[in-house]
Design a protein around this ligand. Structure first.
Ligand SMILES: [Fe+2]
Length: 207
């Protein structure tokens, strides 16, 4: 009964709690800290980020936490896999947000951001892409390296660097890595991809 009332009294709190509960069940150990850290990066880039951006930051990878998640092995192309992952996450969130009573325009905005979180294309989805990518380096990289090895991690890091705006690349270059192997991979990825920074998301990102 309490939960039912909370759902209707505070749709955003309901949505955040349900997103966190689903991601907590992910089989991938870095998923819960990555969701929180992506939100933290968003708020570092834009302290007054709007509710749709905050929900999208927290829930952008919700697809990875559900039993029928999109699987890498079903795709030859990495970008096609990522696009399917983003679309599936948006569909999951649309249902979840509606069940919490989130207003329809906010649902549509949040889901559009999640659909574009891998590719950006406008100032707000570019910010989400930057926050997501910076969080990969801060939170996911150590576990990814332990699981996938150096060659695959370098490939993933180069892909991650290519997604970053110039502003976010500067933040990555200043990031500290305690493990010298991680530091070397990130340095190599930054050097290899130098010169091709994604367009800066917006002046908001320089706040
Ligand atoms: Fe992510």
């Amino acid at each position: 009964m309490t939960e039912h009332l909370a759902t209707h009294n505070d749709p955003l709190a309901c949505a955040e709690a349900r997103i966190r509960a689903i991601i907590a069940g992910s089989a991938v150990p870095e998923d819960p800290p990555h969701a929180e850290n992506t939100l933290q990066w968003l708020l570092r880039l834009v302290p007054d980020a709007d509710p749709a951006l905050r929900l999208a930051a927290l829930g952008h990878d919700i697809d990875r936490a559900v039993p029928d998640k999109v699987r890498r092995e079903d795709f030859d192309d990495y970008d096609a896999f990522k696009a399917a992952h983003a679309e599936h996450g948006a569909r999951i969130l649309a249902r979840l947000l509606a069940e919490c009573g989130v207003p329809v325009p906010l649902i549509k905005d949040t889901c559009r951001l999640v659909e574009r979180h891998e590719i950006g294309g406008d100032p707000r989805s570019d910010l989400l892409k930057d926050a997501d990518s910076l969080s990969y380096f801060e939170v996911n990289l150590p576990l990814y390296l332990a699981r996938e090895g150096e060659a695959e991690t370098l490939r993933r890091c180069r892909w991650g660097v290519r997604r970053l705006s110039a502003n976010a690349r500067q933040r990555l270059a200043r990031m500290h890595f305690a493990d010298p192997r991680q530091a070397a991979i990130v340095r190599q990825a930054l050097e290899t991809e130098r010169g091709g920074a994604a367009k800066a998301p917006s002046s908001l990102a320089d706040k």
